[in-house]
Write a protein that binds this ligand. Structure first.
Ligand code: SF4
Ligand code: SF4
Length: 461
């Protein structure tokens, strides 16, 4: 199988991390371990969903982004922004004002990503008709594509080979500027992202070339800049762009069921990474059938719940629905006047991605015989481990510890219950057991320390 390099947007700051295991316990792919009191990520398992970032009580997990000033490396600077950015702001601010401030901040063009979805609304049913695989799984959410690659490889062929709206919008805008005579090297297209998975996907694309997008700016960063500018009255400047109106369907595309509703036949829309895992497990086991199209998004409430959003996800959903309703009477007009249709033929030729390939078909080893042997060893080890899944060993559960032991990344004595058992049977000294705990949870972890969250002792005890 062809080796792929997976870029990851999340990094753990080892200085700040204190090994509390919160991130490890929420990671859907069991990608996190704790050793010597610090968390680290098994990169081959990480899908950049951002659940760990939300769970960290001390902000030790950070998301990289391109330096904002890198936009000025280009003469023509395009901000591609998702409709959830406008949904971050109270309804008194209009989408055109937000676009205007993006220009004030230094972009020369601003374009809403969801313009690309009106094009997809026509293309998805056609794709479904020609696809050999059922159900067709949406390619919208990059965290879900990675999840399928890592955990559900047999479903990889079901992933729709059509680009998501952001890439359709980028293809369109670059073509638009090229056709106006602007040179490719002078055009910088920057995506304002609500999630980490999109950063990772843009830096190491799956099944496609992202050469159309030059950089990524995190939404929380730009939100603060825009909000400050709006408060200082920077709106309504002469640079206010003549923004094409998004159609109501496009405004709602990144919300749950925004895409599935336009597919053919029976469709299901799922949000939340754990819901997605449950569903995909049942689909893989063929417990679910007769579905034509599945929209799956890793975040609760889809992009409205992206980890880089600043505002409450439910309010964001409400605002986008209000915005869509405001344009409802002009719905057809807005769809028809969408500028992406000026380049429809070009987009049809450039809207496909290659097949999504599994990261590995085998969980424990690339070699089938060795993988089977390792699985057998894991099952044997599970006969000894207590099955309590406490996480004190630095792995998220007993099964993960057993797999780590088989892969020579951990020892049976990492389990605190096994340590007690070994001590009782004279196979481990108290000193060694204590050191083993420190090796996992960090030195002096079991000594009194009132700096821990929730700890306080005013007595001299
Ligand atoms: S981003 Fe998601 S998959 Fe990656 S380590 Fe964090 S919780 Fe796990
Ligand atoms: S949640 Fe806890 S273990 Fe994970 S990075 Fe934050 S401090 Fe470290």
């Amino acid at each position: 199988m062809e080796a792929q390099i997976f870029h990851h947007a999340l990094k753990i700051n080892q200085e700040t991390c204190y090994g509390c295991t919160h991130c490890m316990n929420v990671c859907p792919t069991e990608a996190i371990r704790v050793k010597e009191g610090k968390a680290f990520i098994y990169e081959h398992k990480c899908i950049d969903c951002g659940m760990c970032l939300k769970a960290c009580p001390v902000d030790a997990i950070q998301i990289e982004q391109d330096d904002f000033n890198s936009i000025f490396n280009y003469k023509h600077r395009v901000a591609l922004y998702p409709s959830v950015l406008t949904g971050q702001f109270p309804s008194k601010y209009y989408a055109s004002q937000i676009a205007s401030v993006l220009l004030d901040l230094g972009f020369t063009h601003a374009f809403e990503v969801e313009h690309g979805s009106d094009f997809l609304k026509n293309e998805i049913p056609k794709y479904q008709l020609e696809s050999d695989y059922k159900p067709v799984i949406s390619s919208f959410c990059p965290a879900i594509i990675r999840l399928i690659q890592v955990r559900f490889p047999s479903l990889a062929p079901n992933v729709m080979q059509l680009k998501p709206p952001v890439d359709i919008a980028a293809e369109f805008y670059r073509k638009l500027l090229n056709d106006k005579g602007l040179k490719d090297e002078d055009i910088g297209i920057f995506y304002i992202t609500p999630c980490a998975a999109k950063i990772a996907a843009i830096k190491s694309p799956v099944g496609e070339s992202y050469a159309t997008i030059n950089g990524v700016i995190n939404m929380d960063f730009i939100y603060n800049r825009i909000f400050r500018a709006l408060k200082q009255g920077m709106t309504g400047t002469s640079k206010l762009p003549d923004q094409p109106t998004l159609s109501p369907d496009a405004i709602k595309w990144s919300l749950t069921n925004g895409e599935a509703v336009h597919s053919k036949g029976r469709s299901i829309a799922i949000d939340g990474v754990h819901n997605a895992m449950d569903f995909l497990e049942q689909l893989e086991d063929e417990e679910i059938s007769n579905i034509d199209f599945i929209e799956i998004r890793a975040c609760d409430e889809s992009c409205a719940g992206g980890i880089l959003n600043t505002n409450n996800r439910f309010l964001t959903v409400e605002r986008l629905k209000i915005r869509a309703d405001r344009y409802a009477s002009d719905s057809e007009k807005a769809s028809k006047s969408n500028p992406v249709f000026e380049k429809e033929e070009y987009l049809k030729e450039n809207s496909r991605i290659g097949a999504v390939k599994p990261r590995s078909m085998l969980k424990m080893d690339e070699d089938m015989a060795r993988a089977l042997l390792k699985m057998e060893k894991t099952r044997k080890l599970m006969c000894f481990l207590p099955g309590i899944d406490c996480g004190a060993c630095g792995a998220p559960n007993c099964q993960a510890l057993a797999e780590d032991i088989v892969q020579h990344k951990a020892a049976l004595s990492d389990c605190v219950f096994m340590q007690a058992h070994m001590q009782t049977h004279g196979k481990m000294s108290k000193d060694r057991a204590y050191k083993q705990i420190e090796r996992i949870l960090g030195e002096k972890r079991l000594e009194k320390n009132c700096k821990k969250r929730g700890a306080k002792d005013d007595s001299n005890f």
